[in-house]
Design a protein around this ligand. Structure first.
Ligand SMILES: NC(=O)c1ccc[n+]([C@@H]2O[C@H](COP(=O)([O-])OP(=O)(O)OC[C@H]3O[C@@H](n4cnc5c(N)ncnc54)[C@H](OP(=O)(O)O)[C@@H]3O)[C@@H](O)[C@H]2O)c1
Length: 222
């Protein structure tokens, strides 16, 4: 592969931990519609199966552990307060795999969303610390679940910032992001720079509230 060639991600099995939530279901729908085998994971296999049936497109549902074991690429789409324990418990199943973290450590109060402190620097760095045998990539922080889930929305107008320390893994996740029509995956640095990408979601939440929108971002001049 030359430096700028886009890797093929055709046929990669995508597993989504916490895939029963809005973000996981939305990503499941989009990747399945793009032709990927998708597995929705849950703490409860039956719940995962029920949600998978609702999503359709041959999406399967399994417990999180089976999802992690069966998928080629695993997306962590759980709330930040469940992130540490879930990933720590799945380290053996996730070894050697690309783990995509889209978790935004945010708190909400009457003034809106705000960044929560993370001892490791960011949720993605926490994942990397917990999963030393995995290839952790951070992506999909700013893509709205509402848009992902809306079957009437054919194209989503935004760039997905993709961060990681493994160039081949970030290339693959950029290519995966581009499977969603309208989306471009843009390399945005190493995991140590993920804190501000996660925190930027708090600004997008504020924008969405003020303008009644589902705002995303575009990077210019590339
Ligand atoms: N919603 C968005 O628009 C959006 C956009 C970008 C990024 N994100 C990020 O994506 C992640 C998921 O967002 P969401 O809105 O889909 O969240 P959510 O609906 O609150 O949670 C997703 C799933 O996580 C599982 N879960 C909940 N608490 C858990 C715990 N303590 N331990 C393990 N699993 C737990 C649940 O599945 P089971 O009960 O079936 O196990 C739940 O359905 C968040 O970190 C969020 O910051 C969300």
């Amino acid at each position: 592969m030359t430096e700028r060639e886009v890797p093929s991600v055709d046929g990669l099995v995508i597993g989504i931990l916490g895939g029963t939530g809005d973000q996981g279901r939305g990503l499941a729908f989009r990747f399945a519609r793009a032709g990927h085998p998708v597995i929705i994971g849950s703490r409860t296999a039956e719940r995962a199966q029920g949600i998978a049936e609702q999503v359709g497109h041959q999406v399967q549902g399994m417990a999180n552990r089976e999802t992690a074991a069966a998928a080629d690429v695993v997306i962590a789409a759980v709330p930040f307060d469940g992130h540490r324990d879930l990933l720590a418990s799945l380290a053996p199943e996730l070894a050697g795999k690309i783990v995509v973290d889209c978790v935004n450590p945010l708190g909400f109060d009457q003034r809106g969303a705000y960044q929560l402190p993370v001892p490791e620097g960011s949720a993605a760095e926490q994942a990397a610390a917990l999963l030393p045998e995995s290839r952790v990539v951070a992506a999909f922080h700013h893509i709205s679940a509402v848009l992902l889930l809306d079957p009437e929305v054919d194209s989503i107008d935004l760039d997905v910032m993709v961060l990681g320390d493994d160039r081949e893994a970030t290339d693959q996740v950029q290519a995966l992001a581009a499977r969603i029509p309208g989306v471009r995956g843009v390399y945005a640095g190493r995991l140590r720079n993920c804190g501000q990408v996660e925190a930027l979601t708090a600004n997008l939440v504020s924008i969405n509230r003020r303008y009644k929108a589902h705002a995303g971002i575009r990077i210019t001049d590339i």
